[in-house]
Write a protein that binds this ligand. Structure first.
Ligand code: PGA
Length: 249
C-alpha cells in the first residue's frame, strides 16, 4: 500500500531569513488541501523563525556534527537544532560527501547522534555516473547503507528516512527515469529487509532526489517503492515547489 506522500525541499546555501519567512508564508496559504507531508531543510540561520511561522510545514536542517557538544569550531549540534525547532536533519548528502569529504564512518556517527538526540535523520545515498556505468550501483548502495546503519536497532530505524539520490541526477536536469529509480528503491528496500525486520523495511520512507520537477513527479510517484521526493533547485521558488506538491498524489 502506498504511504502518505512526503516531499522534502532542500534549500542548500540559499535564502536569507527574511526570504525564508516570505516563502513559507506564501506557500502555507496555498497548501490547505494537500494531504501529504511537507518538509523543508533550510539554512541554520532560518530554522528558528521558519519553525515559528510553519504550521503544516516541518522544518529541519541540512547537516550537523556527530558530537553532543565541545570544541568543534564552526560546527552545530543536534540538540541546538532541536531547541530552535528543527525536527529532522539531512545527513550524508552527496555534496557533503564529495565537497566536504565526509566519510561513511562520520555519517554513521551522525546518524547515531541524530537518533539519540531526537532529530529525524534523512540519510542520503547514491552512486556516481562512473559507478553506474561500471555496474556498481548496487554495491555502492549496499555498502553505504550497511555502514551508515551499522548497530542500529529496528526501533532506531522506525523514524529514519532514506533518500536515494544518484549523484549524476543532482542539479543536472537529468532525472533518473521512474524505472531506474524504482529499481534502486526496490534494491534499497530489499537490503533493509536483510538488515532489519521486514515490517520495518516496508514502513521506512524511501525518497527519490535528483532533478525532480513538475514534469517527472507523476511518473516517479507511480512507482510502488517511491514514497516521496527530495527536491533541490525546484524547491527554491514557491511556484515550482507548488507544482510538484500538487502532483504528488
Ligand atoms: P536537485 O537537488 O533537485 O536540484 O537536483 C536535489 C538534492 O540535492 O537534494
Amino acid at each position: 500500500m502506498k504511504k502518505i506522500p512526503l516531499i522534502a525541499g532542500n534549500w542548500k546555501m540559499n535564502k536569507s531569513n527574511s526570504e525564508a519567512i516570505k516563502f513559507i508564508e506564501t506557500l502555507s496559504q496555498r497548501i490547505d488541501s494537500f494531504k501529504g507531508l511537507i518538509y523543508l531543510a533550510v539554512p541554520f540561520t532560518c530554522i528558528q523563525e521558519a519553525a515559528k511561522v510553519s504550521d503544516k510545514i516541518i522544518i529541519g536542517a541540512q547537516n550537523m556534527n556527530d558530537a553532543q557538544k565541545g570544541a568543534f569550531t564552526g560546527e552545530i549540534a543536534a540538540l541546538m537544532l532541536k531547541e530552535v525547532g528543527a525536527k529532522f536533519v539531512i545527513l550524508g548528502h552527496s555534496e557533503r560527501r564529495q565537497l566536504f569529504h565526509e566519510s561513511d564512518e562520520f555519517i554513521h556517527k551522525k546518524v547515531l547522534r541524530a537518533i539519540k538526540d531526537g532529530l529525524q535523520p534523512i540519510l542520503c545515498i547514491g552512486e556516481t555516473l562512473q559507478e553506474r556505468e561500471e555496474q556498481m550501483t548496487e554495491d555502492v548502495l549496499k555498502s553505504q547503507l550497511q555502514k551508515a546503519l551499522k548497530d542500529l536497532s529496528n526501533e532506531d530505524l522506525f523514524n529514519l528516512i532514506i533518500a536515494y539520490e544518484p549523484i549524476w541526477a543532482i542539479g543536472t536536469g537529468k532525472s533518473a527515469t521512474a524505472n531506474i529509480a524504482q529499481e534502486a528503491h526496490l534494491f534499497i528496500r530489499n537490503t533493509l529487509t536483510n538488515l532489519f525486520d521486514e515490517n520495518v523495511a516496508q514502513k521506512i520512507y524511501i525518497l527519490y532526489g535528483g532533478s525532480v520537477n513538475a514534469d517527472n513527479i507523476n511518473s516517479l510517484m507511480q512507482e510502488p517503492d517511491i514514497d516521496g521526493v527530495l527536491v533541490g533547485g525546484a524547491s527554491l521558488e514557491v511556484e515550482s515547489f507548488l507544482k510538484i506538491i500538487k502532483n504528488l498524489g
